[in-house]
Write a protein that binds this ligand. Sequence first.
Ligand SMILES: [Zn+2]
Length: 284
Amino acid sequence: MRIYNVVGYTLLILHALVSAFLAPPHLGPGGGLVVGVLYLLFIWLVAGLYLPEILHMGIAHRALEFKGWFVKSTTLLCNAVAIYVNPRSWVNRHRHHHAFSDHDGDPNKLGADGFWKTLSLCLFPYKCQFDLARDSIFETWPMRLASSPGFAVAAQASSYAFVWALVSDWVYALALWFSVRLVGLWTNMMQNYWTHDRRFGARRYDDDDNAMNIGDWLPVTATFSACLQNNHHHYPQFLRLSHAADEYDFGFQVARLMKSLGLVRASNTGGRLPAGLDLKELGF
Ligand SMILES: [Zn+2]
């Protein structure tokens, strides 16, 4: 089994153990396990809609056009009760990441950075040189609020209070709050480290960066397909991260579901099928 899968499954098992065995008496191990799993699924779903779908393909690459109310409400929900990620800073960093992938100027990782350096960069990235996030949506009040330093601090307290309200035990709530963040850090490392190191995954395109495709079930499902980095870096404006009909693409399936619910549509650039792809049709 690949090391990134070993780490991912280990963290999931650890979360299950924490959920069951640190549970207070009124929940018991069985009730604790159910609460812990549901809490993790909730975080995965909300953060998956917010980061890889809305911030990434919606705002940063303008490949998907979401309803404004859906963008703003998901941003507030994810940041207040799930995991805080500053939307404006993230989009700015991500545009730097594409402009300077694995080279000077990439805030996520330089070519020579190893595992521990990249892990620390997930929390304290390199400084961005420019302001590449001047989109009008960041001038709306929900996005200004979510991008403010005060909200960043308050969100840590409100996300913890949310778990505490679920389980009524402050130590257990803290353990769950911390454990899901470890899983979140792993999904961040899937994108910033394992799919940006040529020793892992595969390449469809020989570009001047270290972006790789990792197509295993767990990383693709956990990151909503954001680990198909080699495909994505080659055609960053294209709304699909899978470039072949048989490539598993969970994020695309979710985007299709959201389209059927009227929440999103393809942008002109996002919906244009690049020439020379194995895909015969967009399928959106
Ligand atoms: Zn991208």
